[in-house]
Design a protein around this ligand. Structure first.
Ligand code: NDP
Length: 309
């Protein structure tokens, strides 16, 4: 958990610091009837976990993605789950744009070329086949972050389309079919939630439709992409390149992604700045303190709003 959360809760509640306990399970068992809220920075929380804590009414999660928390099982037990939406949109969109530029123009590869002394010894870095100009982007998941990405790429002259489960009141072209969108664009920007419902949505068929000029950028969750299919598509030039901030089995990275020349890889740094992570921590604190004083947290996830209202 971010270091600002514990001090932020001072004076609002007794905080049990499970991460400092040698036997957290024993502490949970001993205090099971007193613990009313859980703050988590990424622990998997499912129905059986909550069954061990019958007094819990709130799970406050750090981060906007909450695919490791079963919010439906929580709602069935009368437990609200909160996340930290909104405060990280610009940061993640900036990262996505940087990753896109790096991937299209091979900026990471070019920098390594310079650092390896190849510029002086071997001449200029080869011209890149790809350019940002004249591209069309398909956003898989036009939500808060997807919209912030769309806002950023339009000044580059990039046309935006999107695929969600349902259309939004926006000017961009909507595709009910992900494969059909992939066939009509040459950048696939992935920014949907992870979890079972989106697992391997981006598969071999989608990558084939994207085609040989295609660029995949994933700032969502690694599970959304069939990573082996992506490796195969990159190796056979079925698509041109991929820029990835997230991985199916992170922090382990598929070894072929590390050696392929047409990948740019980041260690899940989408929101990872001090100001943005602090803002996320403050929202975790606000959700907990508002819940403790009013009984209603600030930013419940959609499942909690739908099932508990
Ligand atoms: P939002 O909920 O605002 O947007 C998600 C969008 O995805 C919605 O528009 C939704 O539209 C669409 N969507 C959801 N499920 C599906 C589906 N099965 N098929 C097609 N579209 C779908 O989320 P945010 O923009 O705030 O965040 C998006 C994700 O980005 C997070 O869940 C998180 O996993 C990831 N993230 C990654 C970070 C990083 O460090 N790399 C940092 C922050 C977030 P509809 O409901 O109509 O389908």
């Amino acid at each position: 958990m971010h270091e600002a959360v514990a001090p932020g809760l001072d004076g609002h509640c007794e905080l049990i610091r499970l991460w400092e306990e040698s036997d957290p399970d024993a502490v949970l068992a001993a205090r099971r009837d007193e613990i009313v809220a859980v703050a988590t920075g990424g622990t998997a929380i499912d129905g059986p976990y909550l069954d061990r804590l019958p007094a819990v009414r709130l799970v406050a999660s750090f981060g906007v993605g909450y695919d490791r928390i079963d919010a439906t099982a929580a709602a069935e037990r009368g437990v609200v789950v909160t996340n930290t939406p909104g405060v990280l949109d610009d940061e993640v969109a900036d990262t996505a744009l940087g990753l896109l530029l790096m991937t299209v123009r091979e900026l990471g590869q070019a920098e390594r070329y310079l650092r390896d002394g190849k510029w002086a010894d071997g001449g200029p870095y080869p011209l890149t086949r790809a350019t940002m100009h004249g591209r069309r982007m398909g956003i898989l998941g036009l939500g808060r972050i997807g919209q912030a990405i769309a806002d950023r790429v339009q000044p580059f002259g990039i046309t935006v389309a999107y695929h969600n489960r349902s259309p939004k009141d926006v000017e961009y072209q909507y595709y009910p079919s992900l494969v059909e969108m992939a066939a009509d664009v040459d950048i696939l920007m992935i920014v949907i939630p992870g979890g079972d419902s989106t697992r391997h949505l981006v598969n071999a068929e989608v990558l084939k439709a994207l085609g040989p000029d295609g660029i995949v950028i994933n700032v969502a969750r690694g599970t959304v992409v069939d990573e082996q299919a992506l490796v195969d598509a990159l190796r056979t030039n079925t698509i041109h390149a991929a820029g990835l901030d997230v991985f199916e089995h992170e922090p382990k990275v598929h070894p072929d992604l590390l050696t392929l020349p047409n990948t740019v890889l980041l260690p899940h740094v989408g929101s990872a700045t001090i100001p943005t992570r602090t803002a996320m921590a403050n929202l975790v604190v606000q959700n907990l303190t508002t819940y403790l004083t009013t009984g209603t947290p600030l930013t419940p996830v959609p499942e909690s709003t739908r099932l508990l209202s």
